[in-house]
Design a protein around this ligand. Structure first.
Ligand SMILES: NC(=O)c1ccc[n+]([C@@H]2O[C@H](COP(=O)([O-])OP(=O)(O)OC[C@H]3O[C@@H](n4cnc5c(N)ncnc54)[C@H](OP(=O)(O)O)[C@@H]3O)[C@@H](O)[C@H]2O)c1
Length: 289
């Protein structure tokens, strides 16, 4: 299947282990409501080739179905999945990974992430648990079953713990990132460590679209407010993973490489008042906003 919105080869990054990854992807959380593969199939048709799923989302089987129906070769896709909080620990990782492969009807993952650093904020022995979990991820990687391994929602202190005792560095950290919640310290730390950042909720689940600065930049660059948010990730070397259920918005969210924002506007976005946070933080109970 061909689509004019498929990212070009140069619209990708090379991870710290040499693996190539598309510069934008599609988020599948809540993308199979009504228990259907339709939304994900539309995303494939719109040109997405990088898909973010997780055992927690319940979308792995729908992604497998959409891929099968698309007829696209497995090698042309970049599939990311994640290990849930209840699947941490050496043996649990092996079982969870096998289940994920079975759900996805594939024999390898392009990227596998630890979803959260702590099973819950009160968990005191998280350092040992994370290191043991990472050891299992490393073993799967060295067996050739995963092309790259990484983490999600890890802050610098969580990553330092992994780095203090690892054979393989995380290649990616997937964190909440959008104008109004750009986690500058975590992003800077990852860049310094050559860990690529992926942005979850890159359009802040619409919470930030009406912010005056985003509206103003949308008029200035003649693109949608969502594209301003997504380009704010792209121009900082971060991979956005938007989710949408409508083909026109899916295409719009991939159309990120035909315009460029001025550096001063990137700084404005990076320093705008903090807003639109999801309420999720690895070290704290979820704040309901
Ligand atoms: N690692 C983690 O812990 C974690 C946590 C959360 C999410 N994620 C990943 O990140 C992905 C994206 O995050 P998300 O789904 O939370 O938030 P998001 O992508 O920021 O926002 C999705 C919302 O924005 C709307 N939308 C999409 N494109 C739009 C456009 N061009 N204009 C206006 N509205 C638009 C969607 O509505 P429509 O569907 O109606 O278009 C949907 O309501 C998830 O699917 C998941 O893969 C990871």
């Amino acid at each position: 299947m061909k689509s004019e919105t498929i990212l070009k080869k140069e619209e990708s990054y090379i991870l710290n282990n040499g693996v190539q990854i598309p510069a934008a992807g599609f988020g599948t959380y809540k993308a199979a409501d009504g228990k259907s593969a339709d939304v994900i199939r539309m995303a494939v048709e719109c040109g997405y080739r990088c898909f973010d799923t997780a055992s927690f989302y319940g979308t792995e089987t729908y992604l497998a179905q959409a891929v099968r129906e698309s007829g696209i070769s497995r090698d042309d896709l970049f599939i990311v999945s994640k290990l849930w909080k209840t699947e941490m620990g050496y043996e649990n990782v092996k079982t969870a990974f096998a289940r994920t492969l079975e759900n996805l009807k594939t024999d390898y993952l392009d990227l596998y992430l630890i979803h959260w650093p702590l099973p819950d904020p009160e968990y005191t022995d998280w350092k040992a648990l994370d290191r043991e979990t990472w050891r299992a991820m490393e073993d799967l990687y060295m067996e050739g079953k995963i092309r790259a391994i990484g983490v999600s929602n890890f802050l610098p202190h969580h990553i330092e713990n992994i780095l203090s005792d690892c054979r393989i560095k995380p290649a990616v950290n997937q964190i909440e990132y959008h104008p109004g919640y750009s986690q500058e310290v975590a992003v800077r730390y990852c860049k310094d460590q050559d860990i690529l950042v992926q942005a979850w909720s890159p359009i802040g689940r619409r919470r930030v679209l009406n912010e005056p600065l985003i509206q103003k930049l949308s008029e200035k660059y003649r693109v949608s407010p969502a594209q301003i948010c997504l380009k704010f990730a792209v121009q900082r070397g971060i991979i956005p993973l938007p989710k949408s259920s409508a083909p026109e918005r899916m295409k719009e969210n991939l159309d990120l490489f035909s315009f460029e924002m001025e550096q001063e506007d990137i700084w404005r976005l990076a320093t705008m008042p903090q807003t639109g946070w999801s309420g999720e933080h690895p070290d704290r109970e979820r704040v309901r906003i």
